[in-house]
Design a protein around this ligand. Sequence first.
Ligand code: 5GP
Length: 190
Amino acid sequence: MKALRDRILKDGKCFPDGILKVDKFINHQMDPNLMKQICVEFIRRYASTEINKIITIEASGIAPAIMMGFLLDLPVVFAKKKKPSTMGDMLSTSVFSFTKQREYHVVISKEYLGEGDKVLFVDDFLAYGNAAKGIIDLCKKAGAELVGMGFIIEKAFQHGREVIEAEGVRCESLAIIESLDNCEIKMREK
Ligand code: 5GP
């Protein structure tokens, strides 16, 4: 997606250990117009897929997910990183965070993910695929069908796509970073 690639080159910043900072337009300060274009592109790519719910994981996935839900008129559920004391029956899995270098639990209430659901997952980044693996596990536990995963930015050199496709799940990403070596953003054309 050209507008996104151009924006990453203009406002994205490289950090050590393969981290790209996009907090000027995606996950701290947000550009709603770009976010809408991002979601319209996800919707175009998944146009022939039956979806009844959008899921994501807090916190950075919530912005694209709510925009998707709004545009498709579908409910949006996000996996929580802390179990609320008021949550009843829930599904739980553990996820290793590469940016925070620690393991944490994510939970979703059984009330909001279950058999018969056909869910599309969206998130800001695909890196090693740990968050994606957690979501795949939650969907399996729920008996829900994960019809696809959509990422705003994929860092191809961290190979998360292989984790997702090995599970037979469709993966779409709108900007693919080939390398951040020497603090230079190298992006796949198209
Ligand atoms: P994964 O689970 O695929 O290894 O990493 C994905 C999660 O880690 C995303 O939800 C995202 O929030 C965070 N993440 C991974 N890589 C980056 C990055 O380069 N920059 C930022 N800002 N977040 C990242």
